[in-house]
Design a binder for this molecule. Structure first.
Ligand SMILES: Nc1ncnc2c1ncn2[C@@H]1O[C@H](COP(=O)(O)OP(=O)(O)OP(=O)(O)O)[C@@H](O)[C@H]1O
Ligand SMILES: [Mg+2]
Length: 329
């Protein structure tokens, strides 16, 4: 296999919370010691409950946040390695061109004052990839590719529905033909039929363009459909990682098992599922040891004492020695 597109080692990110004058400092450890690799063309899902660190990891990979600790290396198209953790804004330019981002809120993410032509053409222009008639031509081609008509070009975002805005956001993200597309809950604000149209469009574009995909999703069925590998986060750490079929069909970590059991059924005829039991961990003071231990039916003293290492078990990585030993590893 070729060298990965992006390699992260020991990534950590902390956020300071606002505090009253003279009050003690408060902070949230959003991500703690995360290793992550992504190969060209690979599609990976980041899943986990709200607050588990999915968006933080996605934003670190896009270098919208700088990691507090850890290394983050991007391999450019020409094979050169770029140290994203240390690069200056100027130094990040070659990577920015190879990156497309689509976020959840189609109403907030597009500048309401600009026309669709300007929005979709922005990155092509900024990176000097096209101008004049060629720019016009490429923007028009993208508008058609995402299923809108040329009439859209002169209009502004408010003239479009949520689904159409996400099509515009997708055209903007893919216009420079990036090698990595990051979607953070990009379909969550849409109704089911609109979301399905976007999913089909994304599948067709991926088949054609072969970009790597990082999909942040609450919806496990969507993650299973769109990706081949899944990373399960809990309280800012990876607890399980492996092929999507394996992790979703035979989840090993007690947290992944609970997450899968709580997800809406894949099939409409299956019985309704129950919600995830227990309270999510406190972001400011997560439980010591394995952060899942207060909710875990298998927890023993060792789980409270130390953070379990993420180790290879069969074809997956698992941070639970108890289930790992039961799986015969
Ligand atoms: N800018 C920020 N300032 C302060 N705390 C933050 C900030 N961004 C994230 N956090 C905190 O870091 C933790 C991880 O947040 P993150 O947004 O990465 O979670 P998430 O898995 O994307 O959740 P969701 O599914 O709700 O989007 C949370 O406790 C969150 O409150
Ligand atoms: Mg998020």
């Amino acid at each position: 296999m070729t060298a990965p597109l992006v390699v992260a080692r020991g990534l950590a990110k902390r956020f300071e919370l606002p505090r009253a004058p003279f009050a003690p400092r408060r902070c949230v450890h959003a991500l703690r010691g995360v290793d992550f690799e992504l190969h060209a063309g690979e599609r990976v899902a980041l899943v986990g409950e709200s607050g588990s660190g999915k968006t933080t990891l996605a934003r670190l990979l896009a270098r919208l946040y700088r990691p507090d600790v850890g290394t983050l290396v991007w391999r450019a198209r020409d094979g050169r390695e770029l140290d994203l953790a240390r690069a200056s804004e100027g130094g990040l330019r070659p990577m920015r061109r190879e990156l497309g981002l689509v976020f959840q809120d189609p109403f907030a993410s597009l500048d309401p004052r600009r026309t669709v032509r300007a929005i979709v053409g922005e990155a092509l222009e900024a990176h000097g990839l096209a101008r004049g008639a060629e720019l016009e031509c490429r923007v028009a081609a993208w508008i058609e590719r995402v299923g809108l008509t040329f009439g859209a070009l002169a209009r502004r975002p408010h003239a479009f529905s949520g689904g159409e805005r996400q099509r515009i956001a997708l055209a903007r993200a893919l216009a420079t033909e990036p090698r990595l597309l990051i979607l953070d809950e990009a379909f969550s604000a849409l109704d089911a039929p609109r979301a399905l149209e976007l999913v089909r469009l994304l599948e067709a574009l991926h088949a054609e363009l072969g970009f790597a995909l990082v999909l942040v999703a609450h919806d496990l069925a969507l993650a299973r459909r769109l990706t081949e590998r899944v990373v399960v986060l809990y309280a800012g750490r990876v607890v399980e990682e492996g092929p999507a079929e394996e992790v979703f069909v035979r989840p090993k970590h007690p947290y992944t098992q609970a997450l899968v059991a709580a997800a809406p059924a894949w099939s409409a005829t299956a019985p309704p599922r129950k919600g995830l039991a227990g309270d999510p961990p406190s972001a400011e003071a997560p439980p010591p040891g394995c952060a899942f231990h207060p909710r875990c039916p298998l927890a023993v003293d060792a789980c409270r004492a130390s953070v379990p290492a993420l180790t290879a078990v069969g074809g997956i990585r698992l941070a639970c020695p108890i289930t790992a030993s039961r799986s015969g590893a």
